[in-house]
Design a protein around this ligand. Structure first.
Ligand code: NDP
Length: 334
């Protein structure tokens, strides 16, 4: 007969955007090579990011059905004949859409080979958030020795990396979190000072920051919280300071008039990683800098928890990252 068994893999593919009920891990056809420029990676770990909740939840509209997930690390299983940058058996990492899947078809140029000292678990835990933190400090607000930096959600995934890299690059880091325990963790990761934020009483927070900086204010405000911290940023910024607004953990920031920047000649930057790390050259450059920081021990990767790759556990992972109870990185064992 003509019956063939289609090989399948498991993937987190959503059929529509919505509540946690749209999150489902189920079988889909396995990818196959098309002839040119592609590789198939057998994923070992994927990283959980706040953006996943915007993707299934609908803050960022997507065409469905779609496999969500933004980063993974694994082993190269097959390569097209013209691919020379990686070989079968190489351990690799990549960021980009469609990562919550057992096997992933990728453009070879998107895939970066791991140094032998970095495991696929560490890579999946470090990559997207590490590149985000690095490009914020190199491009959005090119950090200078002695700068005052403020990091919101400082005990989170991106936050702990910003604290460590900020310190490594010679800045004074003030961490902002929602609990004293998270403040302590941020201090253990390079923050010189740490304080909690109360959106009902921002003046106390603003006064503390101005006092800590001897009224200089903050040169680089690195804010992934968004809505809740937005307004205070204008009061705590130094003259000629930069507000880097890079996330929406508490909701997107409101529209504002450019004249709001004039009293201190402020800059506002709203970056996404994808526009800093786009070309092969940019991928290689920033991946190498990130791997070097990890190998030199300047950046430690904190894994909060490892989740199995099932519907129930993925729903739990997303509930956890939204709950504000996690610190560091959440990873999925694929
Ligand atoms: P985190 O691990 O930092 O988790 C989110 C944290 O945000 C929480 O732990 C919490 O810390 C804080 N938070 C503040 N208000 C809320 C709220 N209302 N609901 C939930 N959390 C809240 O996540 P990530 O490291 O993945 O992401 C951090 C931010 O960086 C996000 O806004 C994300 O979108 C952004 N990001 C942007 C990128 C870009 O390219 N622009 C790339 C990667 C991430 P606390 O309790 O201490 O306030």
């Amino acid at each position: 007969s003509n019956v063939r068994t289609m090989s399948t893999i498991r993937a987190l593919q959503i059929q529509s955007q919505g509540g946690p009920e749209v999150v489902s891990v189920h079988p889909i056809p396995a990818p196959t090579l098309s002839g040119s420029g592609k590789v198939i990676v057998r994923n070992e770990y994927a990283g959980v990011n706040m953006i996943d909740t915007y993707h299934f939840g609908g803050l960022y509209p997507l065409q469905c059905p779609i496999i969500i997930g933004q980063e993974s690390a694994g082993v190269v299983e097959a390569v097209d004949p013209d691919v020379t940058s990686v070989s079968v058996g190489d351990k690799v990492v990549q960021y980009g859409g469609g990562s919550y899947t057992e096997k992933q078809l990728l453009d070879a140029e998107r895939v970066i080979k791991l140094p032998s000292s970095i495991s696929t678990k560490t890579a999946a835990a470090a990559y997207l958030q590490g590149l985000t933190a690095l490009t914020i400090l190199r491009e959005a607000h090119p950090v200078k020795k002695g700068d005052w930096l403020l990091v919101t959600a400082a005990a989170g995934g991106v936050g702990l990396l910003l604290c460590q890299m900020g310190k490594a690059f010679g800045a004074n880091v003030i961490a902002v979190t929602s609990t004293p325990e998270k403040c302590e963790l941020a201090k253990q990761h390079g923050a010189t000072h740490a304080l909690t934020y109360n959106k009902e009483n921002p003046s106390e927070y603003i006064d503390s920051i101005l006092k800590l900086t001897s009224n200089h204010g903050i040169d680089g405000i690195l804010d992934g919280v968004g809505a809740d911290t937005w307004e205070s940023n204008f009061s705590i910024a130094a003259r000629k300071g930069t507000i880097v607004t890079f996330g929406n953990a508490s909701g997107p920031v409101p529209a504002f008039a450019p004249l709001k920047l004039a009293p201190k000649n402020l800059k506002v930057v709203r970056p996404t990683l994808f526009n800093y790390v786009t070309t092969r050259e940019e991928r290689e450059h920033y991946s190498k800098e990130l791997f070097d920081l990890i190998e030199q021990g300047k950046v430690k990767i904190n894994v909060h928890d490892e989740y199995p790759f099932t519907t129930e556990d993925m729903r739990r992972a997303f509930a956890d990252i939204k709950s504000r109870k996690t610190t560091g990185k959440l990873v999925v064992k694929i």
